[in-house]
Ligand binder design. Structure first.
Ligand code: HPA
Length: 277
């Protein structure tokens, strides 16, 4: 029997709620490539593999676990999504953004999207952390195409202040407290899975992008459509092609993300601490 998207979301949300056993977080984190270790910082944790939630797909990309972890980080109740779905794996955009729909239906109010990204701005070096202040959807597609269900959000969502200023302020305060220098910039979302040509990197720079990656923008659009507040951190894992002196590989991306994990984790924990107080 086929059901509509709304019913699928409601069912998945009620199953997730059962698994979370009374935990009622309002803040969620989506962990990008190799940024999964943050899930280990969650205390009093309950872990829910994606395949236990109806209609939720399991990621195939290396460096992505595929589970929700709910619990507490520095006093803040959180829901962490460890492992995400990318369109390049072959999922359609409704599948890629389904977890965001479930978060919204669950009662999440703020979602923090994280990712590994290439540095387009020459000022960004591998290992830098960048607060996402805005994005460019250059994937050529949009998860909201098709009939709009008004129960999920408006037909034409406004994106003027898509990336929440108050959350960026909180991240900056957390970084300052840690003595961590973080940057801020525009994330360009592309479909991948190939990395960019040098000409594409020049184009991205001309368009005003600071970083480029293959995730996040569809989740961001659906989060705003769903009325969630939105924040994001890119872990710059490499200079985008054309800037690099040697060819780029997924291994390099994962290795750098793992090396940045300490700073990334400290920043997210500091953010949670500030939100909890
Ligand atoms: N380009 C696109 N996506 C990426 C990159 C990149 O250079 N690095 C990590 N994800």
């Amino acid at each position: 029997m086929t059901t509509d998207a709304y019913s699928r979301i409601q069912l998945a949300t009620s199953v997730l709620r059962e698994h979370l056993d009374g935990r009622d977080p309002r803040t969620a984190f989506v962990l990008g490539t190799a940024l999964g270790p943050f899930a280990d910082a969650v205390t009093d944790a309950v872990s829910v593999p994606f395949d236990e939630v109806p209609h939720l797909r399991s990621p195939t990309a290396e460096g992505h676990a595929g589970r929700f972890v709910a619990g507490t980080v520095r006093g803040l109740p959180v829901l962490v999504m460890s492992g995400r779905l990318h369109p390049y794996e072959g999922w359609d955009l409704a599948e890629v953004t389904f977890p965001i729909r479930v978060m919204a239906a669950f009662g999440i109010e703020l979602v923090v999207l994280t990712n590994a990204a290439g540095g387009v701005d020459p000022m960004l070096a591998a290992g830098d952390l960048m607060l996402i202040e805005d994005h460019l959807n250059l994937t050529g597609s949009n998860a909201l195409i098709g009939p709009n269900d008004d129960r999920l959000g408006p037909r034409f969502p406004d994106m003027t202040n898509a990336w929440d200023q108050a959350s960026r302020d909180t991240f900056n305060l957390a970084a300052a407290k840690l003595g961590l220098s973080i940057r801020s910039g525009v994330y360009a979302g592309v479909s991948g899975p190939n990395y960019e040509t040098p000409a594409e990197v020049r184009m991205l720079r001309a368009l005003g992008a600071h970083a480029v990656g293959m995730s996040t923008v569809h989740e961001a659009i659906v989060a705003r459509h769903s009325g969630l507040r939105l924040a994001g951190i890119s872990c710059i894992t490499n200079a985008a092609a054309g800037e690099a002196s040697s060819p780029l590989s997924h291994t390099e991306v994962i290795d750098t993300a793992l090396r940045s994990a300490g700073a990334f984790q400290a920043l997210l924990e500091g953010f949670c601490e500030k939100l909890a107080t």
